[in-house]
Design a protein. Structure first.
Ligand code: ADP
Ligand code: MG
Length: 383
C-alpha cells in the first residue's frame, strides 16, 4: 500500500512524500452500551486503515487530496480555520485548526490520504483520519504532545469542529492499538490496560449488515435515558455514580428498586456486560478463545433480548455464525440497529464462510452483507 501511495503522491504532486503514516480502523470486541455507564469497553485495531503521505511545500498552502474522494482543496497557511461544509477534508482541517492554536505552522504541506476502511459503517474511518493527521503533525514537527493527548485532540475535533458527539473509544483504539492485543478501557476515567488477544488459528471476520441506520440516534438516546432512570431509582437506597459500579450480586440485592421492567432489563444488560468484559480479559489472558467466543455470543444475546438494539439483520448474522462449525464466537459491535457484527472465524474458511453467510443473509434479509477479513493490527505508526 505504501509503495502505491508514494507513486500516486508523485503523480499528483510531482515530488515524493517525505513521511508516511498508517492509522487503523477499530472494532469493539466486547463491552457494548456500557461506555456511558462507567463500564469497560474492549476495542482493538484492525488491519484495515488509513494511509497518509506528506511533504512540505514552498507555496505556503495546505493541499488536501484523498484517493477516496474527488474533492481536493488547498488552504493558505493561517492561524485558524473554520469548517467549510460536509467535505471530507474538514476532518484533517479540524486537526490543523486545533494544533496551530499551540504550534503555528511554519511551512506549507502537501497531503495525500487513502483508506480501505468501509466509510460510514462503524469501523471508524473518521477517527482513523483524524488520528492520522494529528499523529503525523506531532511526529513530523516533533511537537511533543503526550501520547494520550493525540486521541483526545482527535475526539475534540470530531465533537467541536465536525459536530459529531462521539466518545473517546474510537480515537483511543486507533491511536493505541497493538498487533494481537486488545485495549480494556474505561471511557470515563481513561484508565486502560493493554491485554493479550492472540487469535491463534482464528481471524476476525467483520460483517457489515449494510442496513441503512435511520433510527439509530434516537434509539441510542432513549437507551441512555433508560440507564439514567435506573441509576436514579437505585440511588434511592445506595449511592452510585454509574451503573457499572455494581457487580451482578450487588445488583440482585437492589434491583427491586427499579420499577419499570424494561428499564430493569436495560440495567441488567449493563451490569452483566461489564462483568463479561472482565471475564473476557481473563479468558484471553489464559489463551481460552472458546470461552472468549462464548462470552461474545452471550453479549449478543443480552443486547438482543435485554437491551433490544440488534434487529433482524444483526441477529441473522449471529444466528448463521452460531450454526457454522468454524466460528467460535460472534456478536454485533457498535451501537447496533444495523452496522457491523464480528465473528471469530477459523483460518482457511474465509471463502466458504463468505459464500454461505452471503447466501443465508441475502435469502433472509433481501440484500447482501459485505464481509471483511482482518487481523488485530497496529495503532497509529510511521511507515
Ligand atoms: P465512520 O463510521 O467510518 O467513522 P463517519 O461518517 O463518522 O463514518 O466518517 C466518515 C467520513 O470520514 C467520510 O465521509 C470522510 O469525510 C472522512 N474520511 C474517512 N476516511 C477518509 C479517507 N480515506 N479520505 C478522505 N476522507 C475520509
Ligand atoms: Mg465516525
Amino acid at each position: 500500500m505504501k509503495t502505491e501511495l508514494i507513486s500516486k503522491f508523485l503523480e499528483k504532486y510531482g515530488h515524493e512524500p517525505t513521511a508516511n503514516y498508517f492509522t487503523p480502523g477499530r472494532v469493539n470486541l466486547i463491552g457494548e452500551h456500557i461506555d456511558y455507564n462507567g463500564g469497560l469497553v474492549m476495542p482493538c485495531a484492525v488491519t484495515l486503515g488509513t494511509w497518509l503521505s506528506m511533504a512540505p511545500n514552498e507555496d505556503n498552502v495546505i493541499r488536501f487530496k484523498s484517493l477516496n474522494f474527488p474533492e481536493e482543496h488547498e488552504f493558505p497557511v493561517q492561524s485558524s480555520y473554520t469548517k467549510t461544509g460536509a467535505e471530507w477534508y474538514n476532518y484533517p482541517l479540524g486537526v490543523f485548526n486545533e494544533i496551530i492554536k499551540k504550534y503555528p505552522l511554519t511551512t506549507g504541506l502537501d497531503l495525500l490520504f487513502f483508506g480501505n476502511i468501509p466509510i460510514g459503517s462503524g469501523l471508524s474511518s473518521s477517527a482513523s483520519i483524524e488520528v492520522a493527521m494529528a499523529y503525523a503533525l506531532n511526529s513530523y514537527f516533533n511537537l511533543g504532545y503526550e501520547k494520550i493527548e493525540i486521541p483526545l485532540l482527535a475526539q475534540k475535533v470530531e465533537n467541536e469542529f465536525i459536530g459529531v458527539n462521539c466518545g473517546i473509544m474510537d480515537q483511543f483504539a486507533v491511536a493505541f492499538g497493538e498487533t494481537d492485543k486488545a485495549i480494556v478501557l474505561n471511557c470515563d476515567t481513561l484508565h486502560y490496560k493493554i491485554v493479550d488477544c492472540n487469535l491463534g488459528n482464528y481471524r476476525l471476520a467483520i460483517i457489515n449488515t449494510n442496513k441503512p441506520r435511520k433510527l439509530a440516534e434516537s434509539k441510542y438516546n432513549q437507551r441512555v435515558a433508560e440507564c439514567q432512570t435506573a441509576l436514579k431509582q437505585l440511588n434511592k437506597e445506595i449511592s452510585l455514580n454509574n451503573l457499572c459500579e455494581l457487580n451482578a450480586d450487588k445488583f440482585d440485592e437492589y434491583n427491586h428498586l427499579i420499577t419499570d421492567p424494561i428499564v430493569l432489563n436495560r440495567a441488567t444488560h449493563v451490569v452483566n456486560e461489564n462483568d463479561r468484559v472482565n471475564q473476557a480479559a481473563k479468558a484471553l489472558n489464559s489463551g481460552n478463545l472458546t470461552e472468549f467466543g462464548r462470552l461474545m455470543y452471550a453479549s449478543h444475546q443480552s443486547l438482543k433480548d435485554l437491551y433490544e438494539v440488534t434487529g433482524a439483520e444483526l441477529d441473522a448474522v449471529v444466528e448463521f455464525c452460531s450454526d457454522y462449525e468454524h466460528v467460535i464466537g460472534a456478536r454485533m459491535t457498535g451501537a447496533g440497529f444495523g452496522g457491523c457484527a464480528i465473528a471469530l472465524l477459523k483460518k482457511g474458511q474465509e471463502d466458504d464462510f463468505t459464500k454461505k453467510l452471503t447466501d443465508f443473509y441475502t435469502d433472509r434479509i433481501g440484500y447482501a452483507p459485505t464481509i471483511y477479513i482482518s487481523e488485530i493490527g497496529t495503532g497509529a505508526s510511521v511507515i
